[in-house]
Design a binder for this molecule. Structure first.
Ligand SMILES: [Zn+2]
Ligand SMILES: [Zn+2]
Length: 412
């Protein structure tokens, strides 16, 4: 007797179906099914026993699984019915089985060895997956399935776990009073109160809502999350090539969206406030990249000067900051929510754009994370060196626009 036949002989001291018998030897070879493995092992055990004048009792009901594999068609129907409610391009099957079945499986392994065995869930997932794949004409996807159909085999009940939908784009924010993300009212925390005019929000709308609401509607999702590549101050506009973002829609029933028309709908929705460009499908992986990127940025800064200063002096001072590093202690305006620390940031390039009576406008490109307002007014010496100090007159930012986010994709 070969090792496998003698182990199968031990296994068949109990009544097992071909699946459960074959699964004990699942890792012996490829290119066949557990059912076929079980069938041939059973035939060999029968021959061996007949040599000894013994009989192998016929299979009646599997001690281990209770012939759960006879129910595959039922599981398949339940999965297909559940899947028909959502749009997906690929899927994965998961199963919950009776804990008693798993205990019995471990008991069997302890008797016949588990080095070649495969868990029953793995076989159920695979066998159901194969049939569903052929029926729905969409592939099983292991790494990032659009939807996981989780079958509770005790009741042939299917729960769908629909993966979020991710869409990448760049946004421009054309107004100065709109935050990037939804901001719940500080006083009522979103419930609605007098302070927030019973909206539950600090601001009537946000880039997130202007972009996310139409996408959520189109995708028939449940809610949205906004992942921006950094953020500008609420009172700063975001112009130029826009800022990269990924919008995440949870629980989407539709995921093959017409992104071109969606772009139009968003831009209509955000008219004169927010617009998006370059929508395309994205992924959770890209969210991570967008969140961790630290691109240089270019700003247009409108500065009020409290005193006299001439063009030559401004040009000279701006010139002197090219390719220098400044040290910024956490600004007093954000100190309540960020750790107080000093950081060095590079001022890469800057030039004067316009000079007025008591104001001037300059353009500056800086390393990610530079606090521009503080670079201009100095924040009581917390930013050093700073523009006010270098000019010898107090200055402050009247308005600020981001005019370029210089990430990898913007300079193609
Ligand atoms: Zn069985
Ligand atoms: Zn409120």
């Amino acid at each position: 007797m070969t090792d496998i036949v003698s182990r199968a002989d031990i296994a068949l001291k109990r009544d097992l179906c071909d699946h459960c018998l074959g699964r004990a030897f699942a890792l012996v070879g490829t290119g066949t099914t557990n059912e076929a493995r079980g069938r041939s092992a059973r035939a060999e055990v029968r021959l061996e026993r007949e040599k000894n004048g013994e009989e192998l009792p016929p299979h009646e009901k599997c001690w281990l699984c209770g012939d759960i594999f006879d129910s595959l068609p039922r599981f398949v129907e339940a999965v297909i019915k559940a899947l028909s409610k959502v749009e997906y391009n690929n899927f994965l099957i998961g199963t919950r089985v009776d804990p008693e079945i798993q205990e019995k499986e471990e008991r069997l392994w302890s008797e016949v060895g588990q080095d070649t065995a495969e868990p029953i869930k793995a076989e159920l997932n695979r066998e159901i997956g194969k049939i569903v794949e052929a029926r729905v004409e969409k592939p099983v996807e292991f790494d990032t399935p659009d939807v996981v159909a989780l079958i509770d085999t005790r009741f042939a009940q299917v729960d769908l776990d629909v993966s979020p939908l991710f869409i990448y784009g760049r946004y421009r924010k054309l107004v100065r009073d709109t935050p990037q993300t939804r901001w719940p009212c500080r006083q009522c925390r979103g419930k609605g109160c007098e302070r927030c005019n019973f909206t539950g929000k600090m601001y009537p709308t946000s880039v997130q809502e202007i972009v996310g609401d139409p996408v959520q509607t189109a995708a028939e999702g449940t809610n949205h999350f906004f992942h921006g590549m950094g953020r500008e101050d609420i009172d700063a506009r975001m112009l130029g090539n826009g800022r990269p973002f990924v919008i995440e829609i949870r629980g989407p029933e539709k995921r093959n969206l017409d992104l071109e028309s969606l772009e139009n709908i968003i831009n209509e929705n955000g008219k004169d406030r927010v617009e998006v460009i370059g929508l395309r499908p994205s992924s959770r992986e890209e969210v991570r990249k967008v969140k961790t990127a630290s691109p240089n940025k270019t700003y247009r800064v409108d500065v009020v000067v409290h005193g006299k200063v001439d063009k030559a002096k401004i040009n000279e001072v701006l010139q002197s900051f090219k390719r220098t590093r400044i040290t910024q202690q956490t600004p007093s305006r954000v100190a309540h929510r960020r750790a107080d620390m000093a950081r060095k940031r590079e001022i890469i390039d800057l030039h004067l754009e316009e000079l007025g009576e008591d104001s001037f406008t300059f353009v500056v490109r800086t390393e990610a994370g530079t606090y521009i307002k503080e670079f201009v007014h100095g924040d009581n010496g917390r930013t050093k060196p700073n523009l006010s100090e270098a000019l010898g007159v107090p200055c402050e930012v009247r308005s600020l626009d981001v005019i370029e986010v210089n990430d990898d994709t913007s300079e193609e």
